[in-house]
Design a protein around this ligand. Structure first.
Ligand SMILES: Cc1ncc(C[n+]2csc(CCOP(=O)(O)OP(=O)(O)O)c2C)c(N)n1
Length: 374
């Protein structure tokens, strides 16, 4: 395994002064070390990280460093093909991509396709890459090759990172101070308990969907009420808006996260413009990418409720406690939408939180069967 501090020193000694990206659970240890290094910028999405890195290169001539999960590599393909590519602006960028779904290792369904095609996709994009070695000496040789390649091609180079490449690292700076006295799962439970039986839920990527799934089981309620958006982070609100527009009599509730909302915040403007009267868009804001290690978002620094109001949501609410949520929810559900509800909570989740036992296609099938009967 690679020591995180040593790896970052190896990057620094080769001239890396800038790092940006979107955190990943597979890269959790190195992400924590990057955060401690004081040079970290957590961007809204992975394409934005490539663009921010490009700006840094344009201003300094330095090679920047960008990290992401391979799910987010999809978000980065556009700037990688039309901005940094040697045939366009020729920007050298060192990318570290967490290889979820690597063939031969069990992973969640949403990671299997990207995991399988990842090397072939990099080949198709003509982006040179190496699978980062877990041997420190060999990894240093790879860095030398990566830097000489980036200097000769003036283009990006990818280090594909397998699970357990980086040794455990405990951050000294990634500490969230509990401020609200309840967690996302408490809010999920309150929400599901208060929703009418007919309401249809679309939940966001990460632990939120896992908590929705487990809450339904503990409440002995059928799974068909929820669409669990296990992948495609940031798009749950548009899935929900699509359902709400097609089924105007149905109450549709999106349970989003702050990281996911920020990832594609432009969708809020479109939701507001589409005016689905039957949509309640909830953002559980814990100020972090809690599901992948608790790295901070700007969720507590920007007024998400006021952003939604400025976009044109018909009504906007905010609840910072279970008592406030209880008070607000019946009104939020009665108002003509789109309605926005920000719920602020602390970070953190149960250590024994399970994962859906049904496949995404099984989830979709029961979900569609229920919708067609309503
Ligand atoms: C495009 C993309 N980038 C990154 C990830 C990895 N990822 C999964 S969940 C998550 C954090 C989500 O944060 P937030 O929406 O705030 O929800 P929280 O986990 O804090 O409840 C991340 C970064 C992903 N699945 N897809």
């Amino acid at each position: 395994m690679l020591d995180c501090t040593r790896f970052l020193s190896a990057l620094k000694s080769r001239g890396i002064r800038f790092s940006a990206g979107v955190p990943d659970s597979l890269l959790k240890n190195i992400c924590a070390a990057i955060a401690d290094s004081g040079t970290d910028i957590i961007t809204s999405n992975e394409g934005a990280a490539v663009a921010l890195a490009t700006g840094h290169h344009l201003a300094t001539g330095e090679i920047p460093f960008v990290y992401m999960q391979n799910s987010g590599f999809g978000n980065a393909i556009n700037p990688l093909t039309s901005l940094t590519d040697p045939e366009v602006y020729a920007i050298p960028v060192l990318l570290m991509v967490g290889w979820r779904g690597e063939p031969g290792f069990k992973d969640e369904p949403q990671h299997v396709k990207m995991g399988r095609v990842n090397p072939a996709l990099l080949d198709a994009l003509e982006i040179p890459f190496e699978v980062l070695s877990k041997d420190p000496e060999f990894a240093e040789d790879q860095l030398d090759r990566a830097f000489s390649m980036m200097r000769s091609t003036s283009g990006p180079f990818v280090l594909l990172v397998q699970a357990d490449t980086f040794a455990p690292y405990t951050s000294t700076t990634l500490k969230t101070v509990p401020a609200y006295g309840w967690k996302r799962e408490d809010a999920v439970r309150e929400l599901l308990a208060a929703l009418p039986e007919v309401a249809t839920v679309v939940s966001t990527t990460g632990k939120t969907s896992r908590e929705v799934y487990e809450t339904r089981i503990s409440r002995k309620e059928p799974a068909g009420r929820d669409f669990l958006t296990v992948g495609c982070m940031g798009h749950a609100s548009q899935i929900a808006a699509g359902i709400a527009l097609a089924k105007p009599e149905l109450q549709v509730v999106c349970i989003d996260g702050d990281g996911a909302f920020l990832m594609h915040m432009g969708s809020a403007a479109i939701t507001a413009a589409l005016k689905p009267k039957n949509l309640l868009h909830v953002v559980i804001n814990n100020g972090s990418h809690d599901s992948v290690g608790g790295q901070p978002t700007v969720g507590f620094e920007v007024p998400l409720d006021r952003i939604a109001a400025a976009c044109g949501y018909a009504a906007v609410f905010r609840a910072d406690s279970a008592a406030e949520l209880k008070k607000i929810l019946s009104e939020a559900l009665q108002r003509s939408g789109p309605v926005f509800l920000e719920i602020r909570t602390d970070g953190g989740a149960r250590a024994n939180l399970g994962r859906p036992k049904s496949t995404p296609v099984e989830n979709k099938t029961v979900f569609m069967q229920r919708l067609s009967a309503l």
